[in-house]
Design a protein around this ligand. Structure first.
Ligand code: CA
Length: 243
């Protein structure tokens, strides 16, 4: 049974979400403002599987809540609920560390599908799909680094970097297609699960972040290569493949 924290200041919306999610078998809790949600999530004893986070909140807004949550080392999957799907809002949300977003108003069926998508990705990262089939190793080693997908962590000698669900999912997809060029459109479909409503700049934005984590010189990437006009390619051992 999955636990969902609903952060929404409009009482009737929060009550409606709670009612509908509980009817679908979720366990829910509600917070009405950003500060209270942040405190509850950083205290960390509730063990929520996913957070539904409204952007427009009194006090701390949703962007700030997710930013502070990530800064505190909390990597629970977060879905932002935005009043409109302006590209700037969407990008700002992903940049802050959100994993998905939904524009209000939305259909309950869409919300449920996206929530299940987030929860499935988490399972996929741990190394198995819904049917329990192995999806390949949960760790990957390259260039002195270890990616632990299940733990959502990148480790190297003397350091580590936690990854958001979306960062880890993108990295896993690229690693599993090592040496192949994948288009931005394919990444949006396979990683974000969206077909047309997200700007492909979201992908570029995430690639920039991943390069900061894995490249010795992020402005001259050797592992996460740009394929001009198409997309990206992950290469684990660039020296070896160029010989
Ligand atoms: Ca609101």
């Amino acid at each position: 049974m999955s636990r969902v924290l609903i952060v929404e200041d409009e009482e009737h919306l929060a009550a409606g979400l709670k009612l509908n999610l509980e009817a679908e078998g979720f366990v829910t809790a509600v917070e009405e403002n950003g500060q209270a949600a942040l405190e509850r999530l950083t205290r960390g004893s509730d063990g929520f599987d996913v957070v539904l986070l409204d952007v427009m909140l009194p006090g701390l807004d949703g962007f700030e809540v997710v930013r502070r949550l990530r800064a505190a080392g909390k990597f629970v999957p977060v879905m932002l609920l935005t009043a409109r799907s302006h590209t700037d809002d969407v990008l700002q949300g992903f940049e802050a560390g959100a994993d998905d977003y939904l524009s209000k108003p939305f259909d309950l069926s869409i919300l449920l599908a996206r929530l299940q998508g987030l929860l499935r990705r988490k399972t996929w990262l741990r190394g198995s799909d819904e049917a329990g089939q192995e999806e390949g190793p949960a760790e990957f080693h390259f260039a002195g680094k270890e990616i632990d997908f299940g733990e959502q962590r990148l480790r190297w000698d003397g350091g580590e970097q936690p990854l958001t669900l979306m960062e880890a999912t993108l990295l896993r997809y690229l690693v599993r297609h090592e040496g192949q060029t994948v288009s931005r459109k394919a990444l949006l479909e396979k990683v974000w699960g969206v077909r047309q409503d997200t700007d492909t700049r979201t992908v570029d934005n995430f690639i920039v972040r991943l390069r900061r984590y894995i490249e010795a010189d992020p402005s001259h990437p050797v592992h996460l290569q740009t394929v001009r006009g198409v997309g990206y390619r992950f290469v684990a051992a660039p020296d070896r493949s160029s010989q």
